[in-house]
Design a protein around this ligand. Structure first.
Ligand code: AHG
Ligand code: MN
Ligand code: MN
Length: 329
């Protein structure tokens, strides 16, 4: 790259500056969404610090409680949830939060415009063993009038209504990746500056790839169509890659080309992942990067959620690969 190109490149812009620049492209923007995105980044930085030190502090392991879905809560699940709720409450832009770790809607600022759905810490089984984990978030505009109590309708909007969504990946480096519906951008956390810095602008996912990500231990619990697709992947000599943290598996496949599958099993008929705070956000990122996300029949973002913790099958990643899986179902 020559000097002019280097100087002109937006790579290296801090997240705050990037958000401000994007806001000024919308003439009637009030700055509320920008502030909300900054609040999410702040919470992400705090959680990042806690995760980095988790082996040294007494914050690993199970806490002894279960969430509404009967899953054992890890100490860090609960800590991350509290950090996010606190950051969003203090930030003032959010009226309510739907979280994996809370049975009901958490109402915080009645006079604010936005609803956030989140999985504060994704990849619980990897927390204690120093393997990549993540945070997932979706942002919606409320439907009910400002100043009134938040309703189920506000939080059960379909994914196509997301105004922004993204994730933070606590991996070999920490990254925040998000979209507001105008492409996907990725920011790497620079620890000495304490800032997220634009490192991956306008991310585009390969149309196809050679990675398939599925918990093959459940092979005999899957339906014949899914099993046949897995056989097809093997015949094609594809690579099997499965971390067990959705954010990490999705992120790798978005860059390298691949498909992530979490189908229904004979025990969980709707799959495992949650539509409102796991599937929708990643579906938005997938589509914005040129990929695809379905529940096996329909686009994830078209589905009307009926319950906060509703589960869905998920087939997500490179477009041609998702279409191929669907042809087997
Ligand atoms: P969470 O930790 O938020 O409950 O989510 C875990 C999810 C997802 O991150 C991962 O891809 C999947 O569960 C792994 O499930 P299996 O262990 O059944 O493969
Ligand atoms: Mn999760
Ligand atoms: Mn979680």
């Amino acid at each position: 790259m020559n000097k002019e190109t280097l100087i002109g490149s937006s790579i290296g812009t801090t997240l705050d500056r990037f958000i401000n620049a994007k806001q000024s492209e919308f003439p009637f923007a009030t700055g509320e969404l920008s502030q909300l995105l900054r609040d999410i980044a702040l919470a992400g930085k705090i959680i990042n610090l806690e995760i980095n030190k988790s082996g040294l502090l007494d914050i690993t392991g199970a806490i002894g409680t279960t969430n509404v879905q009967g899953e054992a809560q890890q100490k860090l699940d609960v800590i991350a949830n509290v950090r996010f709720i606190r950051a969003l409450r203090n930030g003032g832009q959010v009226c309510a939060i739907v979280s994996e770790e809370d049975d009901e809607i958490v109402e915080i600022n009645k006079n604010s415009n936005y609803v956030v759905a989140m999985d504060p810490l994704d990849g619980s089984s990897n927390i204690d063993v120093n393997v990549s984990i993540g945070t997932i978030f979706s942002i919606y505009r409320r439907i009910s009038p400002i100043g009134e109590h938040v309703t189920k309708e506000d939080v059960l909007q379909n994914g196509d209504k997301q105004v922004a969504a993204g994730y933070i990946l606590y991996g070999s480096s920490t990254m925040m990746v998000y979209t507001t519906g105008h492409g996907v951008n990725g920011f790497t956390h620079e620890p000495s500056l304490g800032e997220f810095v634009l490192s991956h602008d306008n991310i585009k996912s390969p149309e196809t790839g050679t990675i398939y990500s599925v918990n093959e231990g459940s092979y005999y619990s899957f339906e014949p169509g899914v099993r046949n697709y897995i056989e097809y992947c093997k015949e094609q000599r594809y690579s099997a890659r499965y971390i067990g943290s959705l954010v990490s598996d999705f992120h790798r496949n978005m860059f390298k080309g691949g498909v992530y599958i979490y189908p229904r099993t004979d025990k969980s008929l709707n799959g495992k992942l949650r539509l409102v705070y796991e599937c929708n956000a990643l579906a938005f990122i997938a589509e914005q990067s040129g990929g695809m996300a379905t529940d096996g029949e329909r686009r994830i973002m078209e589905l009307d959620p009926l319950e906060l913790h509703q589960r869905s099958q998920l087939f997500i990643g490179s477009k041609e690969m998702v279409k191929k899986v669907m042809s087997f179902l």
